[in-house]
Each structure stands twice: as C-alpha cells, then as structure tokens.
Design a protein around this ligand. Structure first.
Ligand SMILES: C[S@@+](CC[C@H](N)C(=O)[O-])C[C@H]1O[C@@H](n2cnc3c(N)ncnc32)[C@H](O)[C@@H]1O
Length: 252
C-alpha cells in the first residue's frame, strides 16, 4: 500500500488546484489578504503550506516580505511559474518541522490545512514550529472550518456528485471518532477507467487547537468567525484563531 505523506496532497492535486480554488475563491482570498496584511503591520511573514501562492502572492503584492514552507515540489513549481512567484523564497519540507531563518512577525496557516497533518502529535509539532519562528510579538493565525460530521452512518458516508450516461463521480469517507480522522476516496468512473483521489485528514475542534497552542507556549488572542472579524459563536462554521506568545507567569 502507498503511504499518504505530507507531500501527497500537493503531488496529487497540483494540476487541478488553481482551477478548483484560485478563481472560485477570489473574494475569500482578497478578504484574507486584507486582514493578514493588517496583522503583519509591515513585518516579515511566513506561510505554512504555501501551496501555489493563492494567498501569498497577493499578500506579497501589498509590499510585505513573504516566505513559505511547502511539502510538495509540484505545488511550489506552480507558484514559481506565476508572476511574482520567484520573489517568494520557499523551503520544501514539512511545516511541522522545517525551519526558515526568522524571526517572523506573522506566521499563518489557512484553508483548513492544519487538518492535513494526520496525527495529533504532528499538529502539536506544527504549533511548536510556528512558535519557534515567531518573534517576541509575533502572531500565528490559523484558519479552519469547525468540524462538520453530518451524514455519517456507522462511521461511513458516501455522496454522489455527478452521474451521466458514461461517467459517475462519488466520494466515500470513513470516520474514526477516536482518532478524529476522516479518510476519503474521491472516485471518478468512466468507460474503461477509474480515477481515484485520496485525502486523509485529522479534524480538530477550536478548543483542542487552543490546548495545542498552550503546549507550544502560545495563547489565544482573538477568534473570529471569518476574515471580516465577525464574532465567533456556537453556530459559526469556520474560525480564524490568532495566537501570540503566552505571557510568562509571575508570582509565587
Ligand atoms: C488546501 S492546500 C492550501 C494551499 C494554500 N495555503 C492556499 O491556501 O491555497 C494544502 C497545502 O498544504 C500542503 N501540505 C500538506 N501537508 C503539508 C505539510 N505537512 N507541510 C507542508 N505543506 C503541507 C499541500 O501540499 C498543499 O499545498
């Protein structure tokens, strides 16, 4: 059986990624760039899992110095081929352990990508790695959905998305409640061929992210529902969480 490693997502999706997300998410991307630029306040910025530069390129275009860490060579090649891509230094490696010369005023990890780390310990190491890269007043911004587990029955879910005379597209996923993992296969079957697109992730509730941050010596400063800074509530479907270094405890 093939291993699903940090680079697998990008190696499988690099060719499709911009068509699927770059143009369709233009409005969300612009919102995120505006708020990230404000949080960076002119300082140095590091994106974990920079991908094809959907966010990093427009952020760099605001005049900020932006660096990236990315596991997939293919995603990096897509970024580098875009206008301005060459000006963004990217370290190929795992965001849970790769190092870039810091310090940075802002480290960010968006679009649910903390879930791409498939174990709790890798996610904790990612927070620790962010903390190591942050300057004294540096911030770590994490954007992700609040986990949504509707439609699972006895730990599995199957959803069709497309059926024609000669093609069917569907997705099957298995939920492990104890490990908080979802294992997906997106399958396209057409005359004489089958294409499979696997995806493995570990979902995390906001409260568990806050504990990971504490293990890494960070503390939650702000939590918004979206980039417009709307308040996070118990019905929010996503959150933007902002962490800074925890104040040292003093006293006896
Ligand atoms: C959903 S995409 C997000 C890309 C980009 N940040 C964006 O918002 O468009 C996830 C990215 O994470 C990268 N990735 C997954 N696991 C990684 C890891 N452990 N270290 C670094 N990059 C990783 C993938 O290769 C892919 O480029």
């Amino acid at each position: 059986m093939k291993e699903y490693g940090p680079e697998t997502f990008g190696e499988l999706k690099a060719d499709l990624y911009d068509d699927l997300y770059e143009a369709p998410m233009r409005v969300e991307t612009a919102d995120s760039v505006r708020t990230l630029a404000e949080l960076a306040a002119g300082g140095r910025v590091l994106e974990f899992a920079i991908g094809t530069g959907r966010v990093a390129l427009p952020l760099a275009a605001t005049g900020l110095e932006v660096h990236g860490i990315e596991a997939s060579d293919k995603m990096v090649a897509k970024l580098k081929a875009k206008p301005g891509g060459d000006a963004i230094p990217v370290t190929v490696g795992d965001m849970a352990k790769a190092t870039v010369k810091g310090p940075f005023d802002l480290v960010y990890l968006v679009f649910n990508t903390i879930f791409n780390l498939t174990t709790q310990s890798a996610q904790v190491r990612c927070f620790q790695n962010a903390a190591r890269h942050m300057g004294e007043r540096g911030l770590f911004v994490v954007e992700t959905v609040v986990p949504e587990l509707d439609g699972y029955f006895e730990g599995q879910r199957m959803r069709g998305s497309w059926v024609t005379m000669d093609e069917a597209r569907f997705e099957i996923s298995i939920h492990d409640r104890a490990a908080q993992t979802l294992s997906f296969q997106r399958i396209v079957i057409s005359e004489g061929k089958t294409r499979m697109l696997p995806h493995f992730c570990r979902y995390v509730w906001p409260s568990e992210l806050d504990l990971m941050a504490r293990i890494a010596g960070l503390e939650l400063r702000e939590r918004w529902a979206w980039w417009d800074k709307s308040p996070f509530t118990n019905t929010s479907k996503s959150h933007i969480s902002i962490y800074g270094h925890a104040a040292r405890e003093t006293g006896p």
